[in-house]
Design a protein around this ligand. Structure first.
Ligand code: 13P
Length: 287
């Protein structure tokens, strides 16, 4: 069932668990994540970066694929199609195309411009029942050419953005996209606790979910994180399973070259990764 993120976020804050946001790239990713959510009776958010949207043909193609699959596969758990790290123009386009949720990432603007632009996106979104995620403090690492320095968000700025009426707030707390370096300092729970204190029941979003140790994930959830973004980990498990298939020469046996066979192990690997995350995040049986 395609929905905005409003109710699933409110439920997650109340129930003290987090909904997984998993980035999609193509049909296999989408199908693997939707089926895993249904099998585990879990709400889910399908994250679409601007780059992935373009790769799949455009935002309308993404919406058509997701809506068609929800219907054809009888997916009854709540599913949101969410633009990930959207630009101002990108967020507007995604909303026009039928996304049920968007992130407007204004973290690279100064706070006043971030506030102004976030307000405009909220006004458009609200009229259509679409949910909005905003960001304060750039998330480190590199994602689709957007490079952030791994800042710690200013809690007062978080409050200002939260007060605009966004439904979700991403705040930099030492998290980064991609694999964590060996000398990573870990999440800054002091900052997270301050942000939580100032923003009340605002669902907080933890980007860079790949590779964060389970105890840190659980602590983050206990401090108000209600949405956790995972991208790289599905890519790594897909790549490893696909590599194994080819290295074992399975594509050379019988009709092993059939794309539906070649992509099979990677598809199963994504499912296993998503299931494991849903269990850690606590969203199983919360649909
Ligand atoms: P990872 O690729 O580190 O899992 O981060 C995903 C993310 O935050 C998408 O916005």
């Amino acid at each position: 069932m395609l929905v905005s993120a409003k109710k699933m976020m409110a439920d997650a804050v109340k129930g003290k668990y987090a909904v997984g946001h998993f980035n999609i790239n193509n049909l296999e990713w989408t199908k693997a994540i939707l089926l895993t959510a249904q099998e585990n009776n879990s709400p889910v958010m399908l994250g679409v970066s601007e780059g992935a949207g373009k790769y799949m043909g455009g935002y309308r193609a993404v919406v058509g694929l997701v809506k068609g699959m929800i219907e054809d596969l009888s997916i009854t758990v709540p599913v949101a199609i969410h633009l990930d790290h959207g630009s101002y123009e990108g967020a507007k386009k995604a909303m026009e195309a039928g996304f049920s949720s968007v992130m407007f990432d204004g973290s690279h603007y100064d706070i006043d411009e971030n506030i102004e632009k976030t307000k405009e996106i909220i006004a458009i979104a609200r009229a259509q029942g679409i949910t909005v995620e905003a960001e304060v403090g750039a998330i480190g690492g590199e994602e689709d050419g957007v490079v952030g320095a791994g800042e710690l968000a200013d809690p007062q700025e978080c409050k200002k953005i939260a007060d605009l009426g966004v439904e979700m707030l991403a705040a930099g707390i030492g998290n980064i996209h991609g694999k964590y370096p060996a000398n990573w300092n870990g999440l800054d729970f002091g900052i997270l606790a301050e942000i939580k204190k100032l923003t009340g029941d605002m669902p907080l979003v933890l980007h860079g979910g790949t590779g964060i140790p389970v105890d840190m994930i659980k602590e983050a959830i206990s401090l108000g994180v209600a949405k956790i973004n995972v991208n790289t980990e599905c890519q790594l498990s897909f790549a490893a399973a696909t590599r194994k298939y080819i290295e074992e020469g399975k594509d050379l046996v019988g009709k092993g070259y059939d794309p539906r066979k070649i992509l099979g192990p990677g598809f199963e690997a994504i499912k296993a990764t998503v299931k494991e995350k849903m269990e850690i995040f606590g969203s199983v049986n919360k649909a």
